[in-house]
Design a protein around this ligand. Sequence first.
Ligand code: SAH
Ligand code: SF4
Ligand code: F3S
Length: 473
Amino acid sequence: MNGKTTVISQQQLQQQLDCCNQINIWWREQEITPTAYVETYGCQQNEADSEKIRGLLIESGYAIVGEAEGADVVVMNTCAIREHAEQRVFGNLGALTHTKRRHPRQKIFLCGCMAGQDHVVQRIKKSYPHVDGVFSTHHLWQFPQMLLRILTTGKRTYFVEDEPGSIAEGLPQQRDSQLKAWVSIMYGCNNFCTYCIVPYVRGRERSRKSEDILKECRQLIESGVKDITLLGQNVNSYGKDLEENIDFSDLLRKIAEIPGQFLIRFMTSHPRDASQKLFDTMAASDKIAKQLHLPFQSGSSRVLKAMNRHYDRETYLEKVNYAKSVMPDLVLTSDVIVGFPGETEEEFEETISLIEQVRYDPLFTFIFSPRKGTPAASMDDPTPKDEKNRRFDRLCAVQNTISEQIHNGYIGKTFLCLVDGTDKEHLTARTEGGRLVRFTGDTNLIGTFQYIKVTGATTWSLTGQLALPMDNG
Ligand code: SAH
Ligand code: SF4
Ligand code: F3S
């Protein structure tokens, strides 16, 4: 990798759209309307990529269906973050031998973060002969070309060369929701946390131009979207690689200036780069949700150093305290890893004390999973698996008590929420902090902001009723 960002030209993009057109013709000649199924694993970045894959499939004449059975194309958009995620994909991929046997013209693709690892590609080549195509995240924009080649030649195809990464603007996109949207503002990661596979499979950090992001946000808001989540592995590095003089706070402010009633969220913020300027920018705008996902990973400064996180416990806590001081209603969420190689019992207790101090709502908890090729995978790891499980269970128990207490604290309070759907007999809504509230109401409220008073709570969710503003009695 040479670290240079390639911008996909209009001409290159047009070539792909031409492939879509040829695929359309290929099926029409056979008088068939083909179907496609896309299965997504992993994080929001993959959700956003799947929307593009579906967009390209629709452009090629495919109707999107909800299951692999009988589909002409099956795309598995995979995640490599932990071993468990990969095992699930291999299991489900194996099961596709049966769907393909029952529907022999089915073409099966594996893409996403797993496709960025050479050992995975080799395993697919050797042991999964029913997989027709493999493409890494860098090659997503070339999916039409790959699909056309496979349809017309039947040859297994691999687009997996390691590249620093590119930016492809203007790909068709089939969005999952008309109310909420993901907007990737940057791709890749430069941080190389020692446990993490992401920089190896998604390449170097590259920011989209602010004018492209603003244009996309404006279009979304004009089309009725009310909740935009800006995506990047570390949004606080936004702009560092651009010629224009802009940082993430500037970008947030510019998006918030777009007219209309909507909320902006973002993830993920790396604590090292989260600045007072960012927190002040959040505090100053009603359109920026008072929600912050600030993964701390460990409460021990020694472990944080071994993780290559570039902050320590004290600076993390200082940042959180500042953020809370300028945003008293801030909902803080986080990720944490237990059982990092060499983590001692005392260091684990530092993690417990940090969550008791900060009080997240909610916290995403993980047991360390060695990832091939990362530095942590070859670190000395004397702690037995049972002991790691015990720490994990203890962490979850402490967090559940905190979540329950925080949720009980919501009872009696009124929040302005976006009503976003239905859940069997209830309507669902999200508070500005991103918490789910179920309530009874007319379905024509979906897509509007409503005041909802919380009347009940469990560890995981809230129930409420329509209310008047400031009804906090
Ligand atoms: N860019 C984000 C994280 C993306 S991965 C950030 O820096 O915060 C999401 C979460 O998965 C991480 O925050 C971490 O808690 C967890 N994770 C990543 N690699 C892991 C591994 N090898 N084992 C266990 N958990 C891991
Ligand atoms: Fe992984 Fe660290 Fe990058 Fe997050 S910041 S994606 S944890 S390397
Ligand atoms: Fe997984 Fe890739 Fe996201 S490894 S967590 S899908 S960036």
